[in-house]
Design a protein around this ligand. Structure first.
Ligand code: HEM
Ligand code: SF4
Length: 574
């Protein structure tokens, strides 16, 4: 039988009419910059800012930084100015960005799904201790994010990162942002295919490559060969998801055009089979389409999802095959969507008889000190290494059976539990008002006290309920795909504006993927959040059918039971 991987090269170019009003699509001839971000990227490649940081700004100090670099190109090096203290959420939309800038930076370090050795984890920890006032957050993009970074210290930080095989290159900006890779790649018993080599190849070929450093906006990649779809592939611009072809064996399906923020869209599935050694070429094709055909006029329409939504997945595939890959992809039905946890928390046996152990910081917040302690444990127990997860968690990989319980106890002592409560396991929070210039409300601290309170009120919950706390509509902690998604905003309470949230209920990825139910004119104050969630969860527990998931219940529940001001008759809250 002929190998279906190699079919005749497609010859035709897809007809793409030139729209009457240009959207800034380079491939259609609109190469003149149409906004100030496009102008800045054209004025100078954002990658050039690296040398200016190393040789000028770090020596001459914050005041010497060119504003176009500070608020533009610095992002390509993973650096954002953080929010100056003392401005509440009411000021966020009122002040210019420069008024909210502090003279300190957030620095994001990408892990790209890599297995971090004890040396790498120790380097990450000591950077936090020495340069970041002991901050270090695990983010839902598998990054470590620091705060309080001074420009003077950036060269030393980069040196230490480089020695540990890490970097902050293109961790922000209109660039190939940090990749999400399966935290259990190469070790999970039920893995379909290990995609590690593909992620390494994409990184080598395209990160820091000037041909892929000026996209219309950010470009987010996810890749997993795990059947649990553990990298939120529905919400990335490009995702490769493990699949099996009946004759060709394991490979990857290609999904494109996912993203959240104010106009959320789930990725569309191409239904193809791509072998692992051709994934990087497919990535290059998708990234090139985004670069060449992406909309560059309005930043609010510049993400790949808008192009995919306009074209449809068939046309997208056609352009990819005809103009970029020079061959046709093998069609294959998309893999089934899973239900349930994707976070790998707990103790699990690997295919080689060793174990992996998923541990949960609260809402992604740890510290440099904790990372150093973690590195010491990894070394002491001869663990193969650690991976970060898209759920603000950490997975230790390659733990010998004889030491598992000892290690779990030691991890608990440093606040990293392998057996966390539902609330600690399933609550995420974005950066929020503490450091983010776009924030309207506090998130991390609010999430921490929420978890503490809900642990008291519902100490044993027999079904997972996820809570994602976000400081504004940008949805960095994925508001729309949580059971209880919280979008920060100011709300009126007794005649005053106070911190609060709009609530999305019953959002999900996987089999039941949807963006959750928003109740009309429904807001909760931040102070009233614990009680609101308590009421809704109490109603759920009383009203659910056997085995019913929270999201399924929300879809059918009476609005009264979701608004939080009424308990089901005969029920009392804890
Ligand atoms: C227009 C502006 C922005 C939009 C639309 C946006 C959107 C998003 C989205 C959708 C994610 C989740 C990605 C995923 O599903 O994996 C994300 C992640 C993230 N974003 Fe933003 N973002 C914006 C600006 C910012 C800014 C200014 C900050 C600075 C604090 C920030 C910090 C983060 C962080 C830290 C993450 C990882 C989430 C975490 O674990 O904390 N974002 N962003
Ligand atoms: S959701 Fe808003 S507040 Fe939270 S990190 Fe993103 S931009 Fe900042």
């Amino acid at each position: 039988m002929s190998d279906p991987r190699y079919t005749a090269k497609a010859a035709t170019k897809t007809e793409i009419p030139r729209p009457k009003r240009g959207e800034g699509q380079w491939a259609l001839g609109y190469t003149e910059p149409l906004n100030k971000n496009e102008q800045s990227k054209k004025d100078d490649s954002p990658l050039n800012v690296r040398d200016r940081i190393l040789y000028t700004y770090s020596k001459r100090g914050f005041a010497s930084i060119d504003p176009a670099d500070l608020r533009g190109r610095f992002r390509w090096m993973g650096l954002y100015t953080q929010r100056a203290p003392g401005f509440d959420g009411g000021k966020t939309a009122m002040l210019e960005e420069e008024e909210l800038d502090d003279e300190f930076f957030m620095l994001r370090v990408r892990s790209d799904g890599a297995l971090l050795s004890h040396d790498a984890v120790r380097a990450l920890g000591t950077i936090g201790v020495d340069f970041a006032r002991d901050t270090a957050d695990v983010t839902d993009r598998e990054n470590i994010q620091y705060h309080w970074i001074r420009i003077e210290d950036v060269p030393a930080i980069w040196e230490r990162l480089e020695a540990a095989g890490l970097d902050s290159m293109e961790a922000c900006g209109d660039s190939p942002r940090p990749f999400l890779g399966s935290p259990v790649a190469g070790v999970a018993k039920d893995e379909i295919i290990d995609g590690t080599s593909a992620l390494v190849e994409i990184k080598e070929r395209f990160i820091g490559n000037p041909d892929f450093a000026n996209f219309p906006r950010k470009f987010k990649t996810a890749l997993t060969g795990h059947p649990g779809h553990d990298v939120s592939p529905e919400t990335n611009d490009v995702s490769f998801v493990g699949t099996v072809h009946p004759e060709l064996g394991p490979g990857f399906d290609l999904w494109v055009g996912g993203g959240l923020s104010t106009n959320p869209m789930l990725a569309q599935k191409m239904g193809v089979w791509i072998p692992v050694d051709e994934v990087a070429d497919a990535w290059e094709g998708v990234a090139s389409i985004f670069r060449d055909y992406g909309y560059r006029r309005l930043r609010s329409r510049a993400r790949l999802k808008f192009l995919v939504a306009d074209w449809g997945i068939e046309k997208f595939r056609e352009v990819l095959e005809n103009e970029y890959l020079d061959r046709q992809l093998v069609s294959n039905p998309s893999p089934e969507s899973p239900v349930g946890h994707r976070d790998h928390i707990g103790v699990h046996e690997q295919h080689d008889g060793r174990f992996y152990v998923g541990i949960a910081p609260t809402a992604g917040r740890i510290s440099g000190t904790i990372l150093v302690q973690l590195a010491n444990l990894i070394e002491e127990y001869a663990v193969a290494g650690a991976r970060l997860t898209p759920y603000q968690k950490i997975v230790l990989v390659g733990v010998e059976p004889a030491v598992v319980e000892d290690l779990v106890a030691r991890l608990d002592e440093i606040g990293l539990s392998a057996r966390p409560s539902n609330w600690r396991r399933n609550t995420m929070a974005c950066t929020g008002i503490e450091f983010c210039k776009l924030a309207i409300v506090d998130t991390k601290e609010r999430a921490r006290t929420l978890v503490g309170e809900l642990e008291k009120r519902f100490p044993t919950l027999d079904t997972p309920i996820t809570v994602n706390v976000n400081g504004c509509p940008n949805a960095c902690a994925r508001t729309q795909v949580a059971d209880i998604g919280l979008k920060g905003q100011l709300v009126m309470h007794e005649g005053e504006q106070v911190e609060g949230f709009q609530v999305h209920l019953g959002g999900a990825t996987g089999l039941q993927a949807n963006f959750g139910r928003k109740l009309r004119a429904h807001k909760v104050t931040s102070a009233g959040l614990d009680d609101y969630i308590t009421t809704v969860v109490t109603n759920f527990l009383a009203d659910r059918e056997a085995g019913e998931l929270f999201a399924t219940w929300v879809a059918r529940a009476d609005e009264d039971l979701l608004r939080g001001d009424k308990l089901l008759e005969g029920v009392t809250a804890p």
